[in-house]
Design a protein around this ligand. Sequence first.
Ligand code: NAI
Length: 465
Amino acid sequence: MADAIFDLLVIGAGPGGYVAAIRAAQLGMHVGCIERESLGGTCLNIGCIPSKALLESSELLHQAQTTFQRHGIQTGGVELDLGGMMKRKEGIVKKMTAGIRGLFRKNKVTHMEGTARLQGNGTVAVESSRGTETFQARRILIATGSSPIELPGLAFDGEHILSSTEALSLSTVPEKMIVIGAGAIGLELGSVWSRLGSEVLVVEFLDRITPPMDREMSDLLQKSLEKQGLGFRLKTRAESAEVKEAKVQVRMAAGEETVEETCDKLLVAVGRRPNTEGLGASEAGLELDDRGRVVIHERFETNLEGVFAIGDVVAGPMLAHKAEEEGVAAVELMAGKAGQVNYDAIPNVVYTDPELASVGLNEEELKEKGVDYKVGKFPFMANGRAHSLDAIEGQVKVISDAKTDRLLGLHILGSRASDLLAEGVLALEFCASSEDIARTMHAHPTLSEAIKEAALAVDNEAIHI
Ligand code: NAI
């Protein structure tokens, strides 16, 4: 006998699950959301939000130490209070988690603490300190997210060999940190600890950093990070690590050569894997692909009738906003609405300084697809606001179709590129041309004028270069 009956049971309260639960409740469903840890999932507790808090704090410290004088500000001695910085970060997370609890109350979503297990026929067992309870639902939405990949030979010990979770909460600044993986996590957390005083070396298997991004933009970011003091070892595969007397010895292969490096902390950021353990996937007969992701068919439905899945646990980029959009679309479709996700307009941001932000296709992808395209670029060096902000690094790259001028991609390396990118996402959604962007009035003086100028540059009409 089930303890309660729901229209929808959402498993996981990360940005995919909690947003889907709220939207479903708005649409009139009786919704329960099961979460084994804190509300908000990886993003809010040990991912996007705490990392952005530390990135902001460490950037301010770095500015106070290096660039304030250029503004005519003498600070005297500036010191790091790492405990204070961590406390601020934790305070933000606490506030945001409480915010979700409030939203659940407001929308009458039932929050259940515990680990959910599929039992078949719309039944979910929830294990918690209260024991096992059973719930019945007309539909189940799996939004269990992902966890850091652990490499054989480089197993996390939480003290010296770290995942992103521990690297967000160190109590002292390591003298030397090696980061394995030049993706978003490696570069963002590498930047934090570098700004706080660590010597940081990033080891990357490929011959470039931030692989899904436009190559030229990634190379420019690498140069900026090198100027800030981050070291890079590309075309190098980390193979194993050993902890000896509180130091980590890392063995790496660079072609035929074996290299060893020693550090105080090793951060392994080589991607994430879908969370399906404990879900009862095999007993329930839930179809997974060769990478352990839940296979979804039309309308986000799995091979089990009435069981749906979204976010990091299914295929596609592991991004909070992609999970959110999928969650909303999935429950709207359940409610008979026309929910949809535009997978061609997923923004992607790396929050380094400068930030690297991208939407649509990059030059490498267009070449591979054989599409004829035009490119317009504009450097922030030629933008007045960038000078007043002391943020002249980077450039904007607009790519449009050679024949139709339809926008194909927007790539921005620069200060607040994350926020600037929204214009490109909207332009792609509206099938705008580069001329549409070029003829749109942009406020002066703003960084966004660089996007207009890059759009003008597509037809060699930029004014300020
Ligand atoms: P990633 O998949 O983005 O990058 C991992 C890198 O590690 C790759 O470049 C890969 O070539 C390299 N690598 C793998 N094995 C290696 C080895 N043995 N030695 C050297 N290099 C090796 O993974 P990351 O940064 O851990 O991020 C995981 C997911 O989380 C991604 O999907 C990412 O998009 C997402 N994320 C997004 C953020 C954002 O939007 N700002 C922030 C943090 C994570």
